[in-house]
Design a protein around this ligand. Structure first.
Ligand code: SF4
Length: 207
């Protein structure tokens, strides 16, 4: 078992938020392997992921993988090539408003932070896709989405490409200017993908 698989075993065994009463059931989701050069960080798994135990297995995934198909990346290729994780690893429950999922609390984020830090330290991705406001806030606090989506940022030896959350609850993409920002972000990803993924597959074949 390599270091990434060992970390995944520790995450899958975690019950911290359940034991603290933040969530009724801890069901952590992990996806990815050592050698992935691209990492996706989302908010938290949704209700579908609670049973499927696979990231972006529900409605948000259909939107996300639609975006990827628009730049020539099929879902299974994306899942194979991208280390997919999130700010917290367990479904936080539905929002009280009834619209979308509850945002994990700052306490839950703190409890889960060591896992995300360890994932970043082990994977050391070249490109990080930040999907949705919570993931974006970790790196770009108090910055409006319009100043971030469609741009790439270099930091700590990594390229960050922020993306809006692919959730039906978000109205942000209804504005044509914002849709254009998303398309620019996807173009940036396509460029990084063509740079990173063939080299990675070549290396794996050689290995
Ligand atoms: S969200 Fe993170 S810290 Fe909380 S129980 Fe799940 S894996 Fe553990």
């Amino acid at each position: 078992m390599d270091a990434v698989e060992s970390l995944h075993q520790r995450i899958l065994a975690c019950r911290l938020c359940q034991d603290a009463g933040h969530i009724p059931l801890a069901a952590p989701v992990v996806s990815g392997r050592s050698g992935n050069r691209i990492m996706l960080i989302g908010q938290a798994p949704g209700q579908t992921e609670l049973t499927r135990r696979r990231p972006f297995a529900g409605p948000a995934g259909r939107v996300l993988f639609g975006w990827m198909r628009s730049i020539g990346i099929e879902e299974e290729t994306f899942r194979e090539q991208v280390y997919m994780t999130s700010i917290t690893k367990c479904f936080p429950g539905k929002a009280r408003s009834g619209s979308g999922d509850r945002r994990p609390s700052s306490r839950e984020i703190e409890l889960c932070r060591p896992f995300l830090d360890a994932q970043l330290a082990l994977i050391r991705p070249e490109v990080v896709l930040l999907v949705g406001g919570m993931a974006i806030e970790r790196y770009f606090p108090r910055t409006p989405l319009v100043d971030l989506i469609g741009r790439r940022f270099e930091r700590d030896g990594m390229s960050f490409i922020p993306l809006p959350h692919p959730s039906g609850a978000s109205r942000w993409l209804n504005a044509p200017d914002n849709r254009a920002r998303l398309n620019r972000a996807l173009d940036l990803l396509r460029l990084e993908w063509s740079r990173l993924v063939p080299a990675q597959e070549g290396a794996r074949r050689a290995g």
